[in-house]
Ligand binder design. Structure first.
Ligand SMILES: C[S@@+](CC[C@H](N)C(=O)[O-])C[C@H]1O[C@@H](n2cnc3c(N)ncnc32)[C@H](O)[C@@H]1O
Length: 311
């Protein structure tokens, strides 16, 4: 059982100043987790602000609901991906909202639960699904993908330069069904891997988690939906934890804050693209040394925020 009091929401003060919640405001938290950010947003929008929290993990929703029971019907939850928000939020009363938060990736609750198979520090079935009730597990992927597809996945999502060797070793070691076995195979396949500062399996585990949950595609689908649901003046804040996510968020924000997307040598605009947002953060906000010291998860966090402009 994980101690829920040890969960520390990342960049909390920056999220609150970025979203600026106010009484009566409507907020969507696309990644509710244990509701640490949600709680602070609801407290800042008391007495009547409301928040809709999405999570793919039913267990996280149940725990957040229990933890935040004092907030009554000011908190509404939905067991779904945030990439379904444009379909699911309006019927729940969240059609034009003041703020949206995406705190991407996995929670400490998931990482620290040996049964979920996200971490190699515990031996567990290789699962890694945010929603353990549906979809393929990491074991399904490592035991069924052709070697070259597995190598591409590990290269693309894990940025692992030894991806071909790693994939070959995994295929030779099949069936691979547990976290420790996978970590051993990966470590043994990487030259000098055991001397690295981080465990050599870290990149492969990241790649599998991203693939199992289709995280980058969900983010690509979710960002435009978030923009559509914001009122003019409404804010979106996104916290990412690795360069693939941050790059995607940064490029999308840049594109949507630009009026014309025609090639620079073209003198007359033919695309008609109009900026729909304004950047609130020009550079990503990162955690202070103090926060990173207290919460290792904060070390790689990058927060970017935008404001929707009037159409
Ligand atoms: C970093 S945690 C959020 C922590 C939360 N902000 C807090 O303060 O407790 C990320 C959560 O997002 C969920 N998640 C990841 N991808 C999701 C998606 N596409 N849709 C909904 N929830 C998602 C995970 O299950 C996890 O519970």
């Amino acid at each position: 059982m994980v101690d829920q009091t040890t969960h520390l929401p990342v960049l909390l003060a920056d999220v609150i100043s970025g979203l600026a919640p106010h009484p009566g405001g409507l907020t969507i938290d696309g990644t509710l987790g244990l509701g640490g950010h949600a709680e602070a947003i609801l407290d800042a929008s008391a007495p009547d602000g409301r928040l809709l929290g999405f999570d793919r993990d039913g267990d996280a929703l149940a725990r957040a609901g229990e933890r935040l029971a004092r907030l009554g019907d000011r908190l509404v939850t939905a067991h779904a991906s945030y990439a379904e928000m444009s379909r699911l939020a309006p019927p729940l009363g969240f059609a034009a909202v003041d703020g949206i938060l995406l705190d991407l990736g996995l929670s400490s609750l998931q990482l620290d639960d040996p049964a979920r198979g996200f971490a190699f520090r515990y031996d567990a079935p290789l699962d890694m699904r945010f929603d353990p009730s549906s979809g393929l597990t990491a074991a399904d992927l490592v035991n069924s993908l052709p070697e070259d597809e597995l190598a591409d996945l590990i290269y693309e999502y894990g940025e692992e330069r030894h991806s071909r060797r790693v994939a070959r070793a995994i295929v030779r070691g099949r069936p691979v069904t547990t976290t420790n076995r996978l970590a051993e195979i990966v470590a043994a396949s990487i030259p000098g891997g055991r001397r690295e500062k981080i465990h050599p399996a870290t990149r492969t585990f990241q790649a599998l988690r991203i693939a199992v949950n289709d995280e980058l595609r969900e983010l690509e689908r979710g960002l435009p939906q978030a923009l559509d649901l914001l009122k003019p003046g409404g804010r979106l804040a996104v916290i990412s934890f690795h360069s693939l996510e941050d790059r995607l968020v940064k490029h999308w924000m840049k594109r949507e804050s630009t009026d014309c997307l025609c090639p620079p040598e073209q003198l007359v605009c033919t695309c008609g693209h109009v900026a729909a947002l304004r950047l609130v953060t020009r550079k990503p906000v990162e955690a202070s040394a103090q926060e990173s010291g207290a919460n290792p998860r904060a070390r790689s966090a990058k927060l970017r925020a935008i404001e929707r402009v009037a159409a």
